[in-house]
Design a protein around this ligand. Structure first.
Ligand SMILES: Cc1ncc(COP(=O)(O)O)c(C=O)c1O
Length: 455
């Protein structure tokens, strides 16, 4: 028997309350089916208020754009609209959804690489275009209606600082002058600001990217342009665990554990080599810490917040995962248990790609709803419906609080950020799970099929 290595997931009180309410979980599954993605718009509203609170406390003029790509849920998008956020859309479909959810065009920003038809719609509606390339700028300039002022933000990359991670997105700083010239000459475009997006929690990286971006703002002013926005994108962290130690101990143990003991044979979750998955699931610091540390960091001995205020720049952020952190979970029924390859497997009514984005391997322990009895001494691997030998739902041996059996329900906590949609497909004829919004109303949860929102 191997050692127990439970990795409990942090739970928001609303999620904890839902999971503890076995009757509510049963009602949701009976009405909407299994597997089922449940979203909590109330948690998103809380996350939005927390981020806004930090920005207000630092006295920075700001705007928050919800990066809709993090979750296709109409309920969460409607929640963002109700919370007064803007919407960051990455496609014409997301744009349509944002308009349907009530965002006015001047509350929408289009980011990421854009196809010509999307660029045309962005220009026609006067939505802020966050330009990924000179090619996009040229097209925007060509289609922007004469006499209009389509707002443009230049997404920058190729920063000189060695601590800023490389990005394949954005306009290389070497081309910033050409980009400014394109905007300056285009009669239908107006430079709103400059942008970057970094997938890191490191405040030093954001501060360096900010400093280099502000040089582009100064260059724009010298050309007679009047940018007023610095958009630092998203990349604020999720809080997966209450405390980092169990995850750190697990990652260390994995280096020496016999192959196939803690992780399905042939896999190491990338952790054995200090891989990328480690930083995500081991994080216990909330997103507001990342924002707080950035605003308090110093540029030439003055806090970032003060520098922004003095330069009369409005700070935009585009959080995705930070806004939906803990704002959703995934339920699935246990089909059956079996022994295979000398190991205990719990087979779930779920496909691996319906809960796991491609670059994340680790799943923390799910929770057995209405579980009774003592924690089992041994862990189990979680298998699903998909067809490759590697398509386990969890390649990591998970440790449940009690023994699962057929018909029981497992809850995977905190899956709203990318996990529900990024890799989901209908492979094998299994459609992506439906979504339902669960709202805590007094003592009870009420449910709304997700597509009733925003219509
Ligand atoms: C331009 C841009 N902004 C914001 C986001 C949201 O990032 P996150 O979910 O890390 O906050 C992304 C994610 O890919 C992005 O590409």
């Amino acid at each position: 028997m191997s050692q127990r290595f439970p990795l409990p997931a942090a739970r928001h009180p609303i999620a904890a309350r839902f999971i503890a309410d076995a009757a509510a979980v049963r009602e949701a599954i009976e009405r909407f089916g299994s597997p089922l993605h449940v979203v909590f718009p109330q948690v998103m509203a809380e996350n939005a208020a927390a981020l806004a609170g930090v920005l207000r406390r630092h006295g920075v003029p700001y705007d928050i754009f919800y990066a809709h790509k993090v979750n296709a849920s109409a309920a969460l998008l409607a929640g963002a609209s109700a919370a007064g956020l803007g919407a960051d859309v990455a496609s014409a479909t997301e744009l349509d959804r944002a308009l349907a959810a009530g965002f006015a065009p001047n509350r929408i920003e289009a980011t990421g690489p854009k196809a010509p038809a999307f660029i045309e719609r962005v220009a026609a509606l006067g939505i802020t275009a966050n330009a990924d390339d000179l090619w996009e700028l040229d097209r925007l300039a060509a289609v922007a209606p004469a006499g209009s002022a389509v707002p443009v933000v230049l997404r920058l990359s190729g920063f000189a600082s060695p601590v800023v991670p490389h990005s394949r997105f954005g306009i290389d700083l070497a081309d910033a002058d050409a980009a400014l010239e394109t905007v300056r000459r285009a009669p239908g475009l107006e430079l709103r600001g400059v942008a970057f997006h970094l997938d890191t929690a490191d405040p030093a990286a954001r501060v360096d990217a900010l400093t280099e971006s502000m040089a582009v703002v100064s260059a724009a002013y010298r050309k007679g342009l009047r940018p007023s926005v610095i958009d630092i994108g998203g990349g604020f962290r999720q809080r997966f665990v209450e405390e980092p130690e169990p995850f750190q101990r697990f990652a260390q143990e994995l280096v020496t554990a016999p192959p196939g003991d803690l992780v399905w044979p042939g896999h190491d979750l990338g952790l054995r080599h200090g891989g990328a998955a480690a930083h995500k699931y081991g994080n216990h610091r909330p997103a507001i810490d990342v924002l707080e540390r950035f605003l308090a960091a110093e540029i030439e001995r003055r806090p970032v917040a003060e520098v922004l205020r003095e330069c009369m720049l409005t700070l935009w952020i585009e959080p995705g995962k930070a806004l939906v952190d803990h704002a959703g979970l995934t339920l699935t029924e246990v089909l059956y248990r079996k022994r295979a390859a000398g190991r205990d497997l719990v087979v779930l009514d779920l496909s691996r790609n319906q809960i796991t984005p491609a670059d994340q391997e680790v799943l923390l322990d799910p929770v057995l709803v209405d579980g009774r009895g003592d924690p089992p001494a041994e862990g189990v691997f979680l298998a699903g419906r998909l067809c490759l030998e590697s398509d386990l739902v969890s390649r990591r041996k998970v440790f449940l609080d009690s023994e699962p059996s057929s018909g029981d329900v497992l809850a995977f906590v905190n899956t709203a950020a990318y996990q529900m949609d990024l890799s989901a497909s209908s492979a094998g004829g299994h459609p992506p799970p439906p979504k339902v919004a669960a709202v805590l109303d007094g003592e009870r949860f009420t449910f709304l099929a997700d597509d009733t929102h925003g219509s």
